[in-house]
Design a binder for this molecule. Structure first.
Ligand code: SF4
Length: 448
């Protein structure tokens, strides 16, 4: 019987993508993946340190895994990803049950690490790979055509790391300096994923639209990926407002297979706070880009990240954040209370907005967004949407779930659909973020 590996992923799509790559690497080592932690002889936590909460979750999960290791001393436990990069040896010192700690640049070296652990060592691998002139094919040649298709979706990492050093953000320290993959390396991966059933490809990068190899930038890459025959949907995340331009908005409007969804973090409505965050743009510049995009593509769904209670944020400055929500009418927001992260510049500032005030501001943005979302989603009822079916509805027998181009989840009951079908759906009801619809006609079957 094959040994079993269990991977638990915390955090963003980039971590999910890294976990899929780890699955492929471990599969080549003879492991089967298991959804049951108790069945595994290898457990890997792929961690996130962008906020305090997921980091705390990793340590409490390690406490639970310690008990499994006491019952089964042969069990191998690894901690990978951003907390591993940030904390390094401290994890090995703090948690004796952990056998290996490795950063995001090292997961392709799992076979080597496992051999060392089996040889009786505890392993620490947090060295950065060399980044030659910031261009790096960080997916090794032999793995380019072995990407993972999950249902009908696949992720491609096109850049890694970030050079922006926003003062609240730990990513430049946990993922390193920015590097872009060679275009042909990415396009080969995309063509291969399409030939193996991918209907929707996500291009990933911490600052995805700063992708550049010499004079070939994100615009050129998006043009080329969207020209691949048989690929009906492309998404990307997360772009930075500084690197966004109207040419990219024009391309999104012109290409039917680039989805009508943009996740563009604005973080704060006040120019003074944006400056303290080192965001390098004003709120008017951000809003101008959104206004242009909406003027040529009114159907565009825009989502965002924002932080409340950044050091020194006043009540009046917080209210400018509320005004941005009102103007843009985001379809979804990911709001966070500021918390200092290790090594960042903001961690040296006094965290002077009281917790109670941060909580109250967070509650206000959530309440406002709920009202905005209720308005927006009510307008969806009766509309015709193209939906990519991606899974069976776990609660409703015979119903299938999918996503609109704007990335809204939709349930389509009783229509005999399959994962990968791209269909026209009339929206009949809306609740919270979720839509329900009925099939109008099949746009393109999974087999097409
Ligand atoms: S752009 Fe800023 S927030 Fe985004 S990953 Fe880079 S440093 Fe972090």
């Amino acid at each position: 019987m094959k040994p079993k590996a269990y991977i638990q992923t915390f955090g963003c799509q980039m971590n999910e993508h890294d976990s899929y790559r780890m699955m492929e690497v471990l599969g080549a080592e003879g492991y089967d993946l298991t959804p049951e932690v108790d069945d595994a002889s290898l457990i890997v936590l792929n961690t996130c340190s962008v906020r305090e909460n997921p980091e705390n979750k990793v340590y409490s999960q390690l406490g639970r895994l310690r008990r499994l290791k006491q019952q089964n001393p042969e069990l191998i436990i690894g901690v990978g990803g951003c907390v591993a990069q940030q904390e390094g040896e401290a994890i090995l010192k703090r948690e004796k049950a952990v056998d290996m700690v490795f950063g995001p640049d090292n997961f392709m070296r799992l076979p080597e690490m496992l051999a060392q652990v089996r040889g009786g060592q505890r392993v620490l691998m947090t060295k950065w790979l060399p980044r030659d002139k910031q261009v790096q094919n960080f997916i090794p040649e032999e793995w380019v055509e072995r990407g993972h298709v999950e249902g009908c979706k696949a992720y491609i990492a096109i850049t890694k790391g970030c050079d922006n050093f926003c003062t609240f953000c730990v990513v430049p320290f946990t993922r390193g300096r920015e590097a872009s993959r060679e275009p042909e390396n990415i396009l080969r991966e995309a063509r291969d994923l399409v030939s193996r059933g991918a209907r929707e490809i996500w291009l990933l990068g911490q600052n995805v639209n700063s992708y550049r190899v010499h004079d070939y930038g994100f615009h050129e890459l998006l043009e080329d990926v969207s020209s691949i025959p048989g690929l009906p949907r492309i998404r990307f995340t997360s772009p930075h407002p500084n690197d966004w331009n109207n040419r990219l908005s024009d391309l999104m409007a012109a290409r039917a297979n680039i989805c009508n969804h943009l996740h563009l973090p604005f973080q704060a409505g006040s120019d003074r706070v944006l400056h303290l965050m080192n965001r390098q743009h004003t709120i008017e510049e951000y809003l101008d880009k959104i206004r242009y995009m909406r003027s040529i593509n009114p159907a565009m769904e825009i989502t965002t990240d924002l932080i409340v209670g950044f050091p020194t944020e006043t009540e009046a400055e917080f209210e400018t954040t509320l005004r941005v929500l009102e103007e843009v009418e985001f379809s979804q927001i990911f709001p966070f209370k500021y918390s200092p992260r290790p090594k960042t510049k903001a961690a040296k500032m006094e965290d002077d907005v009281p917790r109670r005030v941060k909580e109250e501001r967070l509650a206000r943005v959530i309440a406002l967004q709920d009202a905005i979302n209720a308005r927006r989603i009510a307008r969806s009822v009766g509309a015709l949407e193209e939906v990519l079916i991606d899974s069976a509805n776990p609660k409703q027998r015979g119903a299938m779930n999918g996503r609109t181009g704007g990335n809204r989840p939709v349930t389509v009951p009783g229509a005999h659909l399959e994962v990968g079908d791209l269909v026209q759906v009339r929206i009949t009801a809306a609740s919270g973020h979720w839509l329900t619809g009925e099939l109008v006609e099949e746009a393109a079957a999974a087999s097409s």
